[in-house]
Design a protein around this ligand. Sequence first.
Ligand SMILES: [Zn+2]
Ligand SMILES: [Zn+2]
Length: 389
Amino acid sequence: MKIIPLIQEGHGQMKAWRQDIHAHPELGFEEARTAELVARQLESFGIEVHRGVGKTGVVGVLKNGNSARRIGLRADMDALPIDEANTFAHRSQHAGRMHACGHDGHTAMLLGAAQYLARTRRFDGTVNFIFQPAEEGLGGALAMIADGLFERFPCDSLFGMHNRPKLAVGRFSVHRGPMMAGGAFFDIDITGVGAHGARPESSVDPLMVGVQIASTLQTIVSRNIRPVDTAVLSVTQFHAGDAYNVIPQTARLSGTVRAFSHDVMALIERNMQRVASGVAESMGARASVDFRKNFAPLVNDLAESDFAAGICAELVGAENVVRDMPLIMASEDFSYMLEKVPGCFVNIGNGDVEGACEVHNPAYDFNDAALPLGASFFAKVVERKLAPA
Ligand SMILES: [Zn+2]
Ligand SMILES: [Zn+2]
């Protein structure tokens, strides 16, 4: 591995930032402490800092030389509502909150790159360091864009990175074109008629309606979508009732949909409306659907993907850059930024030891061994893109 030596020297510092952020996880749009840590560090490197971009987002701007070329590097900062199962010293200090997706590591890697670039300045142009809030479904990327991210901090190209469990540390995966699914969240509110638990004949039981809706929803992907199109519909929550002897009046089903095109997503939404209202009506109840698209499909620019893969190959050798990984059904809201600016989202290996933990698992931890490699990637992207004439 050809990690940049000065970045390797800063490994201990990056690890300290990462573990500090891990111990103090904050949910989307609540990243006050994390954003302040990021802002203070950037200021200490001599980088111009803009706080509160998209509520809790932070942007650092580093200019060098006279070139008008501009590049954006993005990391996400938010944690998840999960109770951490780990017992190591840097485990979450907050019950019910945890960095289970490695955004602590992404933030530390981008800080490491910023420190190196501010110190060495071997580039000609402007680097925008974008620290995004609320990636996990709350719309942080859209909030930054709505706050004028690319008007205030214009970028010609844009790069981001996510760790990937079960890919060895020292390996990257780079896709050309579509890479990750677009995603939506939905809530289906069912209204029946509440009654005594021993008098079902007086009720329209919203639980029974919910069970039928959940079951029929499973025919959308299997019967309404072309088999060659890829989609997922998962019902992940079913809430109803508070008592043993009460048939509740209402119930709520919630879940997520993933697809690789805007058309397939729209088709699923239409069919969900039909199934929910039709099934409810057939049982004497009512149902309303709230369908919220919160992730676009993530599509990497072809040229920028090849560029990013070249940087990865420089760092770890072409044999360690996977170019043919299957599509990823998970979503990522960096997709909205890539709809505005051409760029590439790269996966960096988080380790492939036996039983390596997946993201969003209560036993997950970002692998600190990957920090210098990720920071070196960001640094080299800048030194190549903005190479002095
Ligand atoms: Zn996640
Ligand atoms: Zn993530």
